[in-house]
Ligand binder design. Structure first.
Ligand SMILES: O=C(O)C(=O)C[C@]1(C(=O)O)C=C[C@@H](O)C=C1
Length: 297
């Protein structure tokens, strides 16, 4: 039996590309969900063994919806990381393939994708209205379904192919080297053939109130144990202005001799620590790593 994997759909999203790389279709059944919360809730309820959502982008930074749902709404474990290249395309219905860009009145896409292309959009389509939808593939689906409208979508080539759109401009992100970090959540697993390139442990840390230098203590605890931190991200607690949770990514698995000590040390200083997961990291962007074919199921 194939293990069920939920992802941010519909088919053709960047998240779908990440899922096709991480969870081979020979072993896993891919199921699209309408939104990031839907994926996380479905895994939390045990309806899927695994789920995949975007976590962070090289240009736009954190995917706050993912971070906030991990903190406030679900209790799921992070089980793997995939860094996946992101190339944004401006696409339209084939009926409008010959139109000058000035004729288009509306741009549809996911907020992260729009933010990655903000400067280019100002140059290419200065007068167009921007409409945000739940994913890039949903934008492509809507543009394909409305040939009577002067609309364009921003998204991956795979969504354009799937929904029969024509690419007007490719690589419209404002900076090269655009990558998104995706995470899988749910039951522990490891890729059957792919080499693990590193391990990370993600912790959610709440500092004690009114303790000068508390964050400094946290950082020192990790450096004393010779653990490199690859990321610190704060999100508001949503309870009181000026209070935050800190997402900390340590470049170490739980078997690292220093990690238990660093966590104990941080707790000793009065911080609360929630372990969100300790997981292997994968990359697939080398030449000779083509995206597996989307077989349409
Ligand atoms: O809309 C999609 O295609 C997604 O998979 C979501 C998402 C994101 O939320 O970051 C994934 C990768 C890109 O950074 C842009 C959009």
């Amino acid at each position: 039996m194939k293990h069920p994997v939920a992802y941010l759909g519909p088919r053709g999203t960047f998240t779908h590309e990440a899922v096709r790389r991480l969870f081979p279709e020979t072993d896993y059944q891919h199921t699209p969900c309408d939104s990031i919360p839907d994926v996380l809730l479905a895994v939390d309820r045990g309806e899927f063994a695994h789920g995949v959502v975007p976590m962070e982008n090289a240009i736009e930074g954190s995917v706050n919806l993912t971070l906030d749902w991990l903190v406030h709404h679900v209790d799921v474990t992070l089980t793997a990381e995939l860094i996946h290249p992101i190339n944004q395309n401006l696409m339209t219905h084939p009926d409008h393939a010959q139109w000058p860009l000035s004729r288009f009145t509306r741009v549809l896409s996911h907020p992260q994708a729009v933010a990655q292309c903000r400067s280019h959009l100002r140059e290419l389509l200065p007068g167009a209205t921007i409409s945000y939808v739940d994913s890039t593939a949903e934008a492509s689906r809507q543009v394909a379904g409305h040939p009577e409208e002067a609309w364009v979508a921003i998204g991956p080539q795979s969504s354009g192919l799937l929904y029969g759109l024509t690419i007007l401009e490719s690589g419209i992100q404002d900076y090269p080297n655009n990558f998104t970090r995706f995470i899988s959540v749910g039951r522990p697993w490891t890729h059957r053939t792919r080499a693990i390139v590193g391990w990370k442990t993600t912790l959610l840390i709440t500092l004690p109130s009114d303790f000068p230098g508390a964050l400094h203590r946290v950082l020192t605890s990790f450096s004393d144990c010779e653990i490199n931190l690859s990321r610190i991200e704060s999100r508001p607690t949503k309870k009181k202005l000026g209070t935050y949770y800190f997402f900390i990514d340590a470049e170490a698995g739980l078997d690292h001799p220093g990690i238990a000590k660093a966590i104990a040390d941080v707790e000793h200083w009065g911080c609360q620590v929630r372990q969100l997961g300790s997981y292997p990291c994968y990359t697939f962007d080398k030449i000779g790593d083509p995206l597996p074919v989307d077989n349409g199921r």
